[in-house]
Design a protein around this ligand. Structure first.
Ligand SMILES: *Cc1c(COP(=O)(O)O)cnc(C)c1O
Length: 457
């Protein structure tokens, strides 16, 4: 499959392998498939294997097709023949769809409120799926001809809390790779901060005196610096990387195929940088029976405003309880607009609603009362939006993407529900380790110095 930049769709194209290696397109745009594939019969999966890994392989095959051939640039792109192995290695845990008990509430027959639990990976947030898939791809793209003398690749990643941990976990201890994580100091939960600094080894963690947007800007500036890119063999792992975005289609696809009612599965996606949302829309474009897609933001409402008015007005992010969605300039917006360039089509395919902190708290309390299920603050944004949709008469089966385990946000969730939320075992293991992060000023020169000062792993 050929990939083009959102900023020059008729410009030069690259192979998917190259797009995955490069991360960001050279013109500063985001890579997108030159043509979006459509599966002939997505609803017919092999009955003998309905695992997430198998669904992922099914979704991703058209994107990886031709990747075993010589590309016009003469570079062999080895990923197609490895796709099955990549999916099996990356998707080692499931994304179960769980029905929320709704006793006494009038949901019509066949209607259901569901949680699509995306937090059963090593760092307890959905980003494990994309990070692990990307790591498997990059490890294979590195392998040919990588002699012992080759310098290791540095994966530079900005995080609003969960990306950094997922990427660190996915590359931790992988020979030939080093991870540098930038997170906004004081703007991630205590457990997230601990997790980010707990890896050690080939993972270097910096706490930046600024916002997530500052971290993201620093990463962009570093990638724009040719000397730095070259010296560190910088690689990207943010949600701008196709290697993270594409595999995220798999859990929406699998959920949409799950029996349980007539009609398509409607989805609410808690949204920050729009990576998970674009993945859901792409799964729908692939042909999976996904109905309405509604995006839930926190009080950072750049996206709902944009969909309402057509005006894109990025602004500094404000801190909310759903910190992994504190984004004032959603980086995947270009992909959304690329998929639906006409504003009418965009609005027909995507709606968005914003939930402030009071709404988050109300949703966490309400769900606990109703079902005894604890939500993370991001998932709560989604549930609050679903509650509003139901109040306005939305029918059918609706799944809210549960993007993180509530135990990652214990200090928010536990006081609201008056109960403790035990950490899942992998999270508990990380929290038991010592943790450290180096402070960093939010400017490009400071990062440059820090990066060039790192020793070879
Ligand atoms: C990253 C993250 C989000 C937002 O996902 P995007 O792909 O950036 O829109 C939502 N919830 C949690 C828990 C996250 O870590």
């Amino acid at each position: 499959m050929r990939c083009v930049s959102t900023r020059s769709p008729s410009g030069p194209s690259v192979t998917l392998s190259q797009a995955i290696s490069l991360g960001l397109a050279p013109d500063g745009g985001l890579f997108v498939p030159a043509t979006m594939p459509r599966l002939a019969a997505p609803a017919t999966l092999p009955a003998y294997d309905t695992s997430l890994a198998a669904v992922a392989e099914r979704c991703l095959t058209p994107f990886f097709e031709g990747e075993g051939l010589e590309s016009p640039e003469g570079v062999a792109a080895p990923l197609a023949s490895e796709l099955r192995a990549i999916c099996r290695a990356a998707f080692t845990f499931d994304a179960p769809l769980r029905a929320l008990p709704r006793e006494g509430r009038r949901l019509a027959d066949g209607d259901a409120d569901l949680l699509l639990e995306l937090f059963h990976g090593p760092t307890a947030a959905f980003k494990d799926f994309g990070a692990r898939f990307l790591a498997e791809c990059l490890a294979r793209l590195e392998a040919p001809g990588s002699s012992g003398s080759r310098r290791s690749r540095t994966i530079l990643v900005a995080t609003s809390g969960d990306t950094g941990a997922a990427v660190a976990a996915a590359f931790h201890g992988r020979p030939g790779f080093r991870v540098v994580v930038l997170y906004p100091d004081g703007r991630v939960s205590a457990r997230q901060a601990h997790q980010l600094g707990a890896f050690g080894g080939n993972v270097h963690t910096f706490r930046v005196g600024g916002t997530f947007d500052d971290c993201q800007r620093l990463v962009k500036q570093a990638f724009g610096d040719a000397t730095l890119t070259e010296a560190l063999r910088l690689g990207s792992a943010n949600s701008i990387s196709l290697g993270r975005l594409l595999p995220q289609m798999a859990y929406y696809a699998k959920a949409s195929l799950q029996p349980g009612g007539a009609g398509p599965l409607h989805v609410v996606v808690p949204t920050g940088n729009l990576g998970n949302a674009v993945a859901c829309l792409w799964a729908k474009l692939l042909g999976f029976p996904i109905g309405d897609v509604v995006l839930a933001t926190n009080a950072n409402r750049v996206l709902p405003r944009f969909l309402e008015t057509g005006l894109y007005e990025p602004r500094p992010s404000v801190a909310t309880l759903a910190n992994a969605m504190d984004v004032g300039a959603p980086s995947n917006l270009e992909r959304l607009v690329y998929a639906f360039p006409e504003s009418a089509a965009l609005r027909a395919h995507v709606r968005a609603d914003a939930v402030d902190d009071a709404g988050i708290e109300a949703a966490i309390r309400r769900e606990w009362r109703r079902s005894g299920i604890a939500l993370c603050p991001h998932t709560a944004c989604g549930l609050e939006v679903l509650e509003r949709l139901r109040a306005h008469g939305a029918a059918g089966r609706w799944a809210v993407a549960a993007t993180a385990h509530p135990a990652k946000f214990d200090t928010v969730v536990e006081p609201l529900i008056g109960a403790s939320v035990p950490a899942p075992p992998t999270l508990a293991a990380l929290l038991a380790r010592p943790s450290s992060a180096v402070p960093l000023a939010p400017d490009a020169e400071a990062l440059r110095g820090a990066l060039l000062g790192l020793s070879e792993p």
